[in-house]
Design a protein around this ligand. Structure first.
Ligand SMILES: [Zn+2]
Length: 532
């Protein structure tokens, strides 16, 4: 693979910082420079010339000839023919004009294929030839330092996210480290109080939980048609909703049919490595994996709710055509943002943003949780000032939006544990919202507008979260705040580190990012008076 292409996405290589010297010396044409390479097969004296085997056989593929930079190197033929000749070695090169990203993707795919064919296996990554750097070092007389850490790290991070989690790679070790925080209790207070740390669960978005826990029934096994081939697997790791026993779409009730099926059947066939060593409820092991209410609403059906309500409102706006209506909504939203001192996050309320005309479902085309919060609050103002429909649906939408805003406001203001009245409030708002959603979904289905208020598995997870708070509040006068298991703060943290890493020298990306983060954290902590 070409080192120049790899470097394209990771900033310039060290030698590329001196273009003038490079151009002026003979490096541009390798034929003019005598490099001190290893001896060629044909140079070796212990083998008669012409009988080495590498030159006599004519059926080599010689893939390297397709690469301009490899073709001109003196040892390419020896190296690549040796690989072809040896039955133990194999070779897979990216296509010659591949971009840096494609080269990395090729490396990841090749490794994943190798691992799946031969697992378990021990492996080692390396970039063995950085040819141009080596050449320049020889000419300039400077010591050559292999520049490969960032490339290997990039490849590994892709592999870890894609494959390693599903294969329990390192996950079990994480669990062992987690339980040691409890058993070894080595975190001490200055006054010698001993703190033990207990891991309560694993949180994340639905795809992550599905991978780490090997769920065979989850959001992605939701029956999408009525003519599925086999019996439906279900769509929920916590209960049997979505199977032939009970429907996941039954959301407008506090006593759904799926409720007695909670924890009756494990959602995996192979026990997840992460709970082998961590304390969990043996009666309901799946409950160790916590769904994130922020992903469920703000990056889930909250978007489809807002998009559907806006589409429902469109005919009642005081504008003559569709373009004017989008302009009207945009102006209204921008004014609201200015009046409430909010960042708008979008420049326009458009047909694309709210999936207008998308027959597959009004999903809402944005991926910023804060925008869902903004739009939910704006919707209450908008529906209060604009249009009335004859069926009174928009009034119901306004009331339901107000309820869900109130629910999140309560959760974010409350502590880790909700009190009895907070539990009752959250349960009432959550269930009434679901009732309105279900009613509107049914009405739209009957009006042949089933793309509005689509029924997603996330609505069912929301139902679980709300009923858990309700039941816990009634039984124990307290409940764990579901916002405890939300991921928005963690995702924000990752985003900040990611931003920092794009602003540091690529050669020391890890250490420089950490140093900048420490400096920024120190400044923030000092400002808050947490550090003396
Ligand atoms: Zn369920």
């Amino acid at each position: 693979m070409s080192p120049r292409r790899i470097g394209a996405s990771l900033g310039p290589f060290p030698w590329e910082r001196k273009p003038k010297r490079l151009r002026s010396c003979a490096l541009a044409d390798p034929k003019n420079v005598e490099f001190q390479h290893l001896p060629l097969e044909s140079d070796r004296l212990d083998k008669p010339i012409g009988t080495s085997g590498l030159n006599t056989l004519l059926d080599y593929e010689d893939q390297y000839l397709r690469y301009g930079d490899l073709k001109s190197l003196p040892r390419s033929q020896d190296v690549f023919r040796k690989i072809e000749k040896d039955p133990i070695l194999s070779l897979r090169l990216p296509r010659p004009d591949a971009t840096a990203g494609k080269v990395l993707e090729h490396a990841c795919c090749t490794f994943e294929r190798l691992l799946s064919d031969n697992k378990p296996m021990t492996f080692k990554f390396g970039i063995t030839h950085v040819l141009k750097a080596a050449r320049m070092s020889e000419v300039e007389g400077t010591p050559f330092k292999p520049f490969k850490m960032q490339i290997v790290a990039s490849s590994l991070s892709q592999i870890l996210t894609a494959k390693a989690v599903a294969e329990d790679f390192g996950v079990e070790q994480c669990a062992k480290n987690g339980i040691s925080l409890w058993s070894k209790a080595d975190v001490t207070h200055p006054e010698r109080d001993v703190f033990r740390i207990c891991i309560l669960g694993v949180k994340g978005d639905a795809p992550y939980l599905s991978k780490v826990a090997h769920f065979y029934r989850s959001y992605n096994t939701f029956a999408k048609r009525g003519d599925e081939r086999g019996p439906p697997k279900g769509c929920c790791p916590y209960c049997l909703a979505g199977t032939s026993l009970c429907a996941a779409e039954e959301i407008a009730t506090a006593t759904p049919k799926w409720l007695p099926t909670v924890a009756v059947k494990l959602p995996w066939t192979r026990e997840p490595a992460i709970i082998k060593h961590l304390m969990h409820d043996r009666g309901d092991p799946a409950s160790f994996f916590k769904s994130d209410i922020w992903h469920v609403f703000h990056l889930g059906f909250g978007r489809s709710w807002i998009s559907s309500v806006i589409q429902l409102l469109l005919p009642f706006l005081p504008c003559s055509n569709l373009d004017e209506k989008w302009d009207y909504l945009t102006d209204h939203y921008m004014q609201w943002c200015r009046a409430n001192n909010k960042q708008s996050h979008v420049s326009r309320i458009s047909a694309y943003l709210v999936s207008y005309g998308d027959a597959t479902g009004a999903m809402g085309n944005w991926h910023k949780g804060a925008l869902t919060t903004n739009l939910s609050q704006w919707l209450v103002d908008l529906l209060g000032s604009e249009g009335r429909d004859p069926d009174g649906l928009l009034v119901k939408c306004r009331e339901a939006t107000f309820r869900v805003n109130s629910l999140f406001s309560t959760l974010y203001k409350a502590g880790a544990f909700l009190g009895e009245s907070e539990c009752a409030h959250v349960a009432e708002q959550g269930l009434r919202f679901l009732a309105v959603y279900a009613e509107l979904a049914l009405r739209m289905y009957r009006a042949n507008r089933q793309f509005l208020f689509p029924l997603y598995p996330k609505l069912h997870i929301w139902h679980h979260l709300i009923l858990t708070v309700k039941q816990s509040g009634e039984r124990n006068q307290s409940a764990i705040n579901p916002a405890m298991y939300a991921c928005q703060i963690d995702e924000d943290l990752i985003g900040k580190a990611s931003r920092l890493s794009r602003r540091v020298n690529i050669r020391k990306v890890a250490s420089r990012t950490l140093e900048r983060y420490l400096a920024a954290a120190y400044a923030a902590f000092s400002k808050e008076g947490w550090l003396s």
